[in-house]
Design a protein around this ligand. Structure first.
Ligand code: GRF
Length: 211
């Protein structure tokens, strides 16, 4: 892949990562949301196009079951991004688990990033911060990786460690992780857009390792 030129940020939540990127002069070409959320307001206030792709059903994090319209939803989402010539997708707290099609190499495979609040491959899933606390680890953190059809899996691009304090609860620990995430994600996106990080070799190596 040549250096990406147009990028989208996908969000469902508070959008603090989006806000941090905007503050650092990183402006997505489009922000896509799957539910009404603060991220949409932050994008609109900054004059960034907001693409609304609402979801009626949700992924059930407890059972791992996705509602049946996930494939159609993913197709619709990818179409919206392609029609805007997006060639880099940044998931930042995006809560829809996309269908495998999204991560095909001729779709957005190798060009879709995710951020996870733990040092992968430890503590995958929805409750990464809670699980890290329960395990009693002394260091956890955040991981940015290329997303694949498997949840919280794929080549790791960068990580930031965060030390767990004895009196931490889930909220205090997650907030310190998020401080690191805002710095780390902006830094990684800048390096990709500048051509300093080449995603292609990572993706090719990953694909080869799967076959
Ligand atoms: C981050 O902790 C990220 O790791 C997780 O969702 C959170 C998003 O935060 N996937 P925000 O919505 O940008 O504040």
């Amino acid at each position: 892949m040549s250096k990406p030129t147009k990028w989208a940020l996908l969000a469902s939540g508070k959008g603090t990562i989006l806000a941090a990127m905007l503050e650092q002069g990183l402006r997505p070409d489009v922000v896509l949301i799957d539910e009404e959320c603060d991220a949409a307001t932050i994008a609109a206030d900054a004059g960034v196009e907001v693409l609304v792709r609402l979801r009626e059903g949700k992924f059930d994090w407890n059972t791992g079951i996705c509602d049946p319209d996930r494939v159609a939803y993913t197709t619709k989402l990818a179409k919206g991004l392609k029609s805007r010539n997006i060639d880099l997708v940044i998931m930042a707290g995006f809560m829809t688990v996309l269908a495998p099609d999204m991560f095909a190499s001729d779709n957005f495979g190798g060009r879709t990033l995710n951020i996870h609040p733990a040092l992968l491959p430890a503590f995958k899933g929805m409750y990464a911060v809670r699980d890290a606390l329960a395990a009693g680890v002394k260091i956890t953190g955040s991981t940015i990786h290329l997303a694949t059809e498997k949840l919280d899996d794929g080549p790791i691009i960068d990580q930031a460690p965060v030390r767990v304090k004895p009196d931490d609860d889930e909220a205090t620990l997650h907030e310190r992780i998020k401080v690191e995430e805002r710095r780390l994600y902006a830094d990684v996106v800048k390096r990709i857009l500048a051509g300093e990080i080449d995603l292609d070799p990572m993706w090719e190596k990953w694909i080869q390792a799967q076959s």
